[in-house]
Structure formats: C-alpha cells, structure tokens
Design a protein around this ligand. Structure first.
Ligand code: KG4
Ligand code: ZN
Length: 338
C-alpha cells in the first residue's frame, strides 16, 4: 500500500477521458489539486494508418481503461472508497471511444455509490487553462485549438461562455496533421512540425494568412493546399523551412485574432487551450503578446494542453457544484458543442 504523509485535500474526483486516442484517468481534489494524472497514448497503434482509426481506438480503450484507472488511484495514494464522484468526457468525440469511458464511469459510480458527472471535452480543455492558475478574473479570451476544434471563446465566469468564432473548415491541429502527412512526417503532425520548424526559416516561404483580418472565424484548408502546391512545385524545398513557414502562418493568424478578441471584450487575460497550445511558437508569441498588451497569460503546461483526464476531473468539481450529478441514462454525445 502507498504511504501517505498528509491527507489529500477534500473531494477527490476520478476523471476519465476516452474521446479520441488517449486513454486517461486522473484524481483531482477540490477542483485544482492534481493527485494523479495518467495518460496512455495509443499513438503507436494509429501511426501506421496515418490517423486515428475509430474502431482501433474503442478496442484499445476497452483494454487500457481499467489498468489506467487503477494506476491513477494508486498514484493518488487514495482508496477507491475515498473517491467522491466519477466523471467522464461525454462528448464531443468518437462515438465508440466515448462510450467506453462513459459506460465505465457510470459502472464505477454505481458500484461506489457516488455521483456520475458527464463532462464536455471542450469545456474541460478550457478548465485545463485554469487548473494551474485558478484565481480567475473574467472576462478572459480563450483560444481553444485542438485536432477537432479551433475556437475563440469569451469566458465570462464558471460555465458562462460566448463563442466568438470558429473554423469554417479544418481545425488548426487537423491542418498540422494533414500537412505532416503530406510531407511524410507521420502522425500526429503537430509535434513533428514544431520540432522541424526549430531548424527552419519562418520567412522562407510566404504562405497565405487566410481570413486574418476578417472577424473571428478561421479557415486553414486553403493554407494546407498552398503547402501541398508549394511542395509539388518545389520538391527540393527544405522540410524545415516549409514546417517553419507553415507554422508561422498558422500562429500569426491565431495570435492576431486572439489579441483582437481580448481587446474587444475588455479581457483581463488571454488563455490557451487544446493540443495545439503545446506548440512552442504559439506559446512564445502569446506570452510576448500578453506582455505587450498588458494582459495576464494563461498558458498551461504542455501535458495539460493535450488530452488528459485531470482537466475532466477539475471541470467536474465545478459542474457538480453548479448542476449536480448527471443522470445515469445520459448518452454519449459525439457532436456536443460548447
Ligand atoms: O486536444 P488534443 O490532444 O486532441 C483533440 O481533442 O483533438 O489535440 C490534438 C492535436 C493534434 O492535431 C496534434 O497534431 C496537435 O494537437 N498538437 C500540436 C502540438 N502537439 C499536439 N500541434 C502543434 N504543435 C504541437 N507541439
Ligand atoms: Zn482534446
């Protein structure tokens, strides 16, 4: 049995995340004390297919989830009987993958006689931005950029969001993944392009900045096509320069719109959320912009940006307080919005 020097802070909640290709479980107490956060990535299973295969993801979640949950409670140093609620991502995400997490969380909640809380994955990404710095002063502008979503959100208080804009085609992470696949760099593309770009010239190729000066919506599909056309015309172009110039175009548009949003809503700070928020250049540029604009920057650690269950358990703490438990017959909702 694990030794504990001091009792953990109150209300430990078990969070479960299985919306895509990470099987994750975490225990978070009081909304902000992360007692454990375990993420088992399926990246290797999907990489040879060039992207996530939904059926493979569901099967892998089924095999991995219970060991991951066990690891999370052991690492947290608590007994199952000390868990006060079980939360799982209820949507959006892959239907089969979501079902594994939701059904398992409901079964555990029933067995332990504690509430079940269904959590919106997008809201969980927002809370990841606050988990490490909980003293919020709304309104805040949040740039949520992941493999499936690109959104600018005005956070006006717990559970109060206004979506200012979003992508009209590819999400930012999807653009990274598709460009990487075209360049033969493997999956997921974001981290590889991030690494390659460090040795490239971001001004080498002047890729377009779609919709840069048009409202809060985004479009990355044309940019992706420009990269593909460029590599066909210039097969000898350095992959490092292509990666750096492509990344520069994406980051330039994202940061420009996020700053504008912060200004327009009179935000006290700017937050980054979602997998693409792990991008080195985006993080650096947002930090610089916040210093220049006199804003507080909420830039979560990289492990909090990509899919994890600590953000699910943290959100659950606030949702349980505001809305109470989720009924056990609530279905998974693959197309849930924010
Ligand atoms: O939030 P997330 O883990 O899963 C979704 O909810 O989609 O985001 C995954 C996305 C992928 O598209 C991946 O390529 C991208 O985040 N990503 C990055 C980086 N790390 C992950 N994109 C750019 N730079 C990175 N360092
Ligand atoms: Zn995500």
């Amino acid at each position: 049995m694990s030794e504990r020097l001091a009792p953990p802070p109150g209300d430990p909640i078990l969070g479960i995340e299985t919306s895509c290709d990470e099987t994750a479980a975490a225990v978070v107490a009081g909304g902000t004390h992360v007692l454990s956060s375990v993420v088992s990535s399926q990246v290797d299973l999907h990489a040879r297919h060039g992207g996530v295969v939904p059926e493979i993801a569901s099967r892998a979640h089924t095999e991995l989830l219970l060991p991951v949950v066990a690891e999370a409670t052991i690492e947290a140093g608590i007994e199952d009987s000390e868990i006060t609620a079980v939360a799982a991502t209820i949507g959006p995400g892959l239907a089969g993958a979501l079902l594994v997490g939701v059904a398992s969380a409901k079964a555990l909640a029933l067995a332990w006689d504690v509430p079940f809380i269904g959590i919106n994955h997008l809201e969980a990404h927002l809370y990841a931005a606050f988990l490490e710095e909980p003293d919020l002063e709304p309104p805040l502008a949040v740039l949520l950029v992941s493999g499936g979503h690109t959104m600018l959100v005005a956070f006006e208080g717990h559970g109060q969001y206004r979506v200012l804009g979003g992508t009209i085609d590819d999400a930012a992470g999807e653009a990274f993944d598709k460009v990487a696949r075209h360049l033969g760099l493997g999956y997921p593309g974001g981290p590889v392009i991030d690494r390659l770009a460090m040795n490239g010239d971001r001004e080498a190729i002047d890729f377009p900045r779609p919709m840069r000066n048009e409202g809060y919506d985004f479009s990355f599909s044309g940019l992706k096509t420009s990269v593909i056309n460029h590599t066909r015309k210039h097969p000898d172009s350095s992959p490092e320069d292509i990666a750096a110039s492509f990344q520069e175009a994406v980051v330039d548009v994202l940061v420009h719109k996020a700053r504008k949003a912060a200004r327009d809503i009179g935000a006290s700070g700017l937050c980054l959320a979602g997998g693409v928020a792990a991008n080195s250049s985006l993080r650096e540029r947002v930090l610089d912009a916040c210093i220049e604009d006199g804003l507080r920057a909420f830039v979560p650690s990289r492990s909090m940006c990509t899919d994890n269950a600590a953000m699910v358990a943290s959100t659950a703490y606030y949702r349980l307080k505001s809305d109470g438990p989720t009924p056990l017959d609530a279905p998974a909702r693959p197309n849930l919005g924010l």
